[in-house]
Design a protein around this ligand. Sequence first.
Ligand SMILES: C[S@@+](CC[C@H](N)C(=O)[O-])C[C@H]1O[C@@H](n2cnc3c(N)ncnc32)[C@H](O)[C@@H]1O
Length: 400
Amino acid sequence: MLVMIMEAMQMTVKSKSNTPKNTFLTANMTLTPNLSYGQPNAGNMLIKGENLTVLECLLPKYAGLIRCVYIDPPYNNQEKYTHYLDSGSHETWLQDVSLRIKLLVELLSTGGSIWISIDDNEVHYLKVAVDKIMGRNNFITTIIWQQRTTRENRNVFSNNHEYLLVYAKNAKDFKAARNLLPLTPKVRSRYRNPDNDPRGPWQSVSLNAQAGHGVPSQFYDVVAPNGRRHSPPKGRCWIYNQERLQEEIRKNNVWFGSDGNGVPRLKRFLSNTQCGLTPDTLWIGEDVGTNSMAKKHMLKLFPGQPLFDTPKPEQLIHRILKISTNPGDLVLDAYLGSGTTSAVAHKMGRCYIGIEDGEHAITHCADRMKQVIDGESGGISNTVGWVGGGGYDFYWLNRK
Ligand SMILES: C[S@@+](CC[C@H](N)C(=O)[O-])C[C@H]1O[C@@H](n2cnc3c(N)ncnc32)[C@H](O)[C@@H]1O
């Protein structure tokens, strides 16, 4: 059952540095200065507590303000991890996660999105449940994440991927708001300049299309500058009529190969391409990290401590936040685990709310964020040029 909604109120509290701050508090949520770190009241919160109650507490103040929700709930795989249990009935699990998603949706802003990590065991049931909550028209996509690159030979199939279900508060708003990804060095390297074109690097793309879609004016022989004639390849036609194609040749926009005898192709200039890549749905470990890479990062962050079993790599969350948010936007993770989302959001200059019920809210999340603020160099630090700074406030739900 839903717990009673507690009233959020603005209260003036004293920070560690005794500066009066107008900070979010609720009757049941206690600011805990000795677990907070760095610049107080910077808009970043770690909250130790059961997430259903915490979300109800957040609603009065944060409804409609969260740009990106990322959640990585227990997957209901009947495991007993060192830091939390993941065993229950399918029905209870689905109901519990659905209840939380219903509240999370209310927190989302215009253009906001929710990203849910899940594996093969429950993904299809969860998809149907979330469709009912958010509306099928707000389902954006399912991303496949290659979470391991080695082969598991003990099973019938080596299961090497998990999923991210992506939903928008409103699909149309999200489409307008989402960011492109930066061109990768691999894509950029496809643009060259073999003819020293003053307009800069270009790549050649096909100038022909399926014949079935063509009109008569698209079937003709192209005459190259060296006089050679080119018919459209079998079953194809030119994408332009003859007049337009001659115009493109005159403007030096058509490439006939380095010897001038090749099939004509169109030059597409790097300077004219949209300044980024449309995100695709297949995310490989080489680009966004794997579980084992995340665990190696854990060992560096928490030497001598029992290993947190299910961390996500910072690179994975980095890509999610790159697509879905801009600097200063508010990100929320209601199953914070070892603090990956807060660490990445912090390094990327996003504000964040991270909720975690277990003791690792202190031993991992708070400790990790202190390291981040002190300039921790693992994960995405190099990629984003992270050198440290900022701060977070630690809140404790129902602390006696
Ligand atoms: C799969 S882990 C998240 C791992 C995280 N993404 C990371 O990179 O470290 C799930 C986490 O959810 C926490 N959790 C489970 N149920 C919760 C609840 N009702 N309220 C708050 N936290 C919860 C567990 O303690 C666990 O740390």
